[in-house]
Design a binder for this molecule. Structure first.
Ligand code: ZN
Length: 426
């Protein structure tokens, strides 16, 4: 039966490449959320043809949702002959802007030398196509399978997923009993299983000052100099401490196997855009800094915040006139599915069978839609697994290998066989 399943996928090889190319030709660039509805409708038509019941759900009122740019999601469900568990493949249909440096048309869907090129080829329209083909092949070979298969195309993953997976999760689309297993075909490579991601805390820190004439700065109080003191304290005390924090999470790349913090932006004083005139001489009374702190499973978010406020409070005690304000911008807790979760062991068995080796288990340095499945859907049986090379994501001349998609689709189909019917197709 496995051979039959593999043949059913191999005979769809060209169709899978063409489907990927068709998806790339919708320039679903986010922001602003271009072409979401036509792309979702295209996926919906395809799934309907294959016998799926299809629903469109618009993320009404979520960031960026307007009649010009509706946040249109598509969910297809194929119910088997008898009740059982549900496996859900979730792919985001949005892509980041093309940027410069391309040698092919980023939205042309060019197929050449065994690859499909274009923005979103690996992240993640190739993964969406592979999951559709895997499901169609599985349904053809096992028409009487128990349980159900769901495939969704969701929006806004690149900007936090609020109009996509988060919106659907709030409506129960990513919770038991509707769904038992979730696979997100992000481009983590065909032989790796991504178990989760590090946590995120974004915050804005503002230092206060007092405006005065720039020729007499001693009459005022410079907020930018206060922020300089903050940065200096971070350099001396915070960054070395973060560097020392190691994690048991297998984050890739290895440099991210520690706590990290990026200074995302600093703004102080008047605008830097002096055209058409010149700035007036003022002592700035406000300076704002945005931090992007990535934290580990071993760290508590309140401790993560305390590390920063402790430094700011110390400056307040020690530095004359220093005052600050801090505001949370976003927080996401770290997430790691256990290795013995059913979806992990099923996909691991598929990788073992196709590649004759154990999978690599990895953790993503940044977050993706798994956070919403866990936090809102309370489903802790979710992974990212899909074709494509992570380093190509968001780059010029992005591509996905057709052989890689075929092999990944086989792993996904084995996963379906194991999760839905105990591997009777083996
Ligand atoms: Zn992605």
């Amino acid at each position: 039966m496995r051979e039959k399943l593999f043949r059913a996928i191999e005979k769809r090889r060209d169709e899978m490449a063409a489907l990927t190319a068709d998806l790339i030709r919708f320039p679903t660039v986010n922001p602003p959320g271009e072409d979401y509805a036509p792309c979702a409708e295209f996926v919906g038509r395809r799934l309907k043809q294959s016998g799926f019941g299809v629903k469109f759900v618009r993320g009404e009122g979520t960031p960026g949702d307007t009649d010009r740019y509706p946040r249109t999601n598509v969910i297809g469900r194929f119910d088997g002959r008898s009740p059982g568990e549900t496996v859900h493949f979730n792919s985001h249909i949005d892509v980041v802007e093309a940027g410069r440096g391309w040698t092919v048309d980023p939205f042309g869907g060019e197929i050449r030398d065994g690859r499909v090129y274009g923005r979103g080829a690996c992240d993640m329209k190739g993964g969406l196509a592979a999951s559709i083909i895997a499901a169609e092949a599985f349904i053809e070979v096992f028409p009487d399978f128990p349980g159900a298969i769901e495939i969704s195309g969701t929006v806004d993953e690149e900007s936090g997923g609020f109009g996509g997976v988060a919106y659907l999760a709030k409506q129960g689309y990513f919770s038991k009993p509707r769904v038992d297993h979730v696979i997100i075909p992000e481009p983590l490579n065909k032989d790796r299983i991504c178990l989760g991601h590090r946590g995120v805390w974004w915050a804005e820190i503002e230092t206060k000052g007092e405006i005065a004439h720039g020729s007499m700065p001693f009459l005022g109080d410079c907020a930018v100099r206060h922020m300089g003191a903050v940065l200096d304290a971070f350099e001396r005390d915070l960054f070395p401490a973060l560097d020392r924090k190691q994690t048991r999470m297998p984050v890739v790349p290895e440099g991210a196997r520690r706590s990290t913090m990026n200074i995302n932006s600093v703004h102080g004083g008047q605008t830097e855009d002096f055209r058409p005139g010149l700035p007036s001489p003022n002592v700035p009374d406000s300076c704002r800094l945005t931090i992007d702190r990535r934290f580990l499973l071993e760290e508590d978010i309140s401790a993560v915040k305390n590390e920063v406020t402790t430094i700011l409070d110390r400056l307040k005690r020690e530095r004359p006139k220093f005052d600050y304000r801090i505001r949370d911008v976003m927080e996401v807790l770290p997430n790691m599915t256990e290795r013995d979760a059913p979806v992990v062991t099923a996909i691991a068995a598929g990788i073992q069978e196709i590649f004759d080796r154990e999978p690599d288990y990895v953790i993503s340095p940044g977050t993706y839609d798994q956070k919403h499945v866990a936090r809102i859907g309370h489903l802790f049986n979710c992974i990212a697994y899909g074709p494509g090379i992570l380093d190509l994501a968001h780059r010029p001349d992005e591509w996905v290998g057709i052989d890689d998609m075929v092999e990944s689709a086989k792993v996904m189909a084995i996963g379906l066989d194991i999760l839905l019917q105990g591997g009777r197709g083996a």
